[in-house]
Write a protein that binds this ligand. Structure first.
Ligand code: NAD
Ligand code: UD1
Length: 342
């Protein structure tokens, strides 16, 4: 019998790619999403890639009664992958209470039903934002967690603590937190990908929207950082490689191969690329020209961050496999596909 995995936020960017990988690895999936940042058509995309439409329930995880009803209906959930969260750093500064309410309430409710309905395993979406501006690069899982620079970052730090407290109180529960660096790209089929609402905040969707003609130019935020070419350096990880790590993490928990009831892994490529390197690699991969202009630094940005991924390599047997060039090509193919659909 196939194991049933609950994917919260499964119609979102990373969740949808993970649902595909789960199905392709023989899991049954059920998605909970309230569609506050995604569209139901994503389910068609997942179906057209895998031939399987995941079960889908549209409700807000902050509604505990509704979540309990859900657990009565789907009795045999073996693990939860918890993606659902609000994630815009700048917005979290403007409406912190919405972020604290949504991200904590949904997590607390899930942890409650895990105890009540004997669901033993959780994989939690964390972020490299928990490290702030690291003192040393690359960043290992032992690097200090610095005071969060935004309410969003704070929700990730505190969520990790909440999970650890619950595990300490209930030995039946195990969890793995995955700290993502910068996820980019789309499924190679161009049937699912990132769907930023309004003006994108992140580099790659802004870049692809510029090249397709929606934005006049890419704004490069600062060329005076202490980096080789002066622009910011990040660790860009292909979303499908990232999705695969979730399948490995779920199997690790199901097969009880975890070394501790709570584990943390960095998920990145281990290599940092500057904004100029992204532009040049995109141009090389696609043959398109990127129009850009240097702007002042974006407040809150750090100069450089990239992951030490040796723990994930060793313990999960996972490694980012896709080149930056291939990854950027998928982002471009996805941009073209969504514009043609409109
Ligand atoms: P996303 O916004 O595309 O997906 C999140 C999904 O959760 C959305 O479909 C949204 O509708 C849903 N959701 C939010 N609150 C909900 C609630 N209360 N009840 C039900 N559904 C709810 O985001 P993503 O980029 O796929 O990110 C997934 C997770 O990974 C998030 O926890 C995010 O913080 C984390 N993360 C993302 C990045 C990134 O760059 N995308 C980096 C680090 C960590
Ligand atoms: C941001 C979030 C982080 C989240 C990540 C992925 C902040 C402070 N951090 O990271 O929590 O995990 O997104 O969703 O917001 N850049 C430009 N022009 C642009 C956009 C970005 O030059 O239009 C530059 C930035 O200055 C940075 C790099 O590109 O050097 C990457 O930026 P971005 O994609 O926004 O990700 P982060 O800021 O690293």
């Amino acid at each position: 019998m196939k194991s049933l995995i609950l994917v919260t936020g499964g119609t979102g960017y990373i969740g949808s790619h993970t649902a595909v990988e789960l199905i392709e690895n023989g899991f049954d999936t059920v998605i909970i999403d309230n569609l506050c940042n995604s569209k139901p058509e994503v389910l068609d995309g997942i179906e057209s890639i895998t031939g399987v439409k995941p079960y889908f329930e549209n409700f807000d995880l902050c509604d505990l009664d509704r979540l309990r009803q859900f657990c009565k209906k789907y009795k045999s959930i073996k693990a939860i992958i918890h993606f659902a969260a609000l994630k815009a750093v700048g917005e979290s500064v403007e409406i912190p209470l919405d972020y604290y309410h949504n991200n904590f309430e949904s997590l607390i409710n899930l942890l409650r039903v895990m105890g009540e309905f004997d669901i033993p395993n959780m994989v939690f979406s964390s972020s490299c934002t928990v490290y702030g501006q690291p003192d040393k690069l690359p960043v290992t899982e032992d690097s200090p967690v610095k005071k969060a620079s935004s309410p969003y970052g704070n929700t990730k730090q505190i969520s990790e603590e909440i999970i650890q407290d619950v595990i300490a109180a209930n030995p039946k529960i195990k969890a793995i937190s995955l700290r993502y660096f910068n996820p980019i790209g789309a499924h190679p089929s161009a049937k699912i990908g990132e769907l930023p609402l309004g003006v994108p905040l992140n580099l790659v969707p802004y870049l692809t929207q510029t090249v397709i003609g929606i934005r006049p130019e890419l704004r490069v935020f600062g060329n005076d950082y202490d980096t080789p070419d002066g622009t910011g350096i990040r660790d860009y990880i292909y979303v499908v490689d990232l999705a695969k790590a979730h399948v490995i993490a779920v199997k690790r928990l199901l097969e009880e191969k975890n070394k501790n009831p709570y584990e943390v892994f960095n998920l990145g490529t281990g290599r940092g690329y500057s904004v100029f390197e992204i532009i040049r690699t995109f141009e090389k991969a696609t043959g398109e020209k990127v129009k850009y202009k240097i702007y002042p630094r974006r407040p809150g940005d750090i100069a450089a961050v990239y992951a030490d991924t040796s723990l994930a390599n060793r313990e999960l047997g996972w490694k980012a496999e896709t080149s930056l060039e291939q990854t950027l090509l998928t982002a471009w193919n996805w941009e073209k596909a969504i514009r043609n659909k409109k």
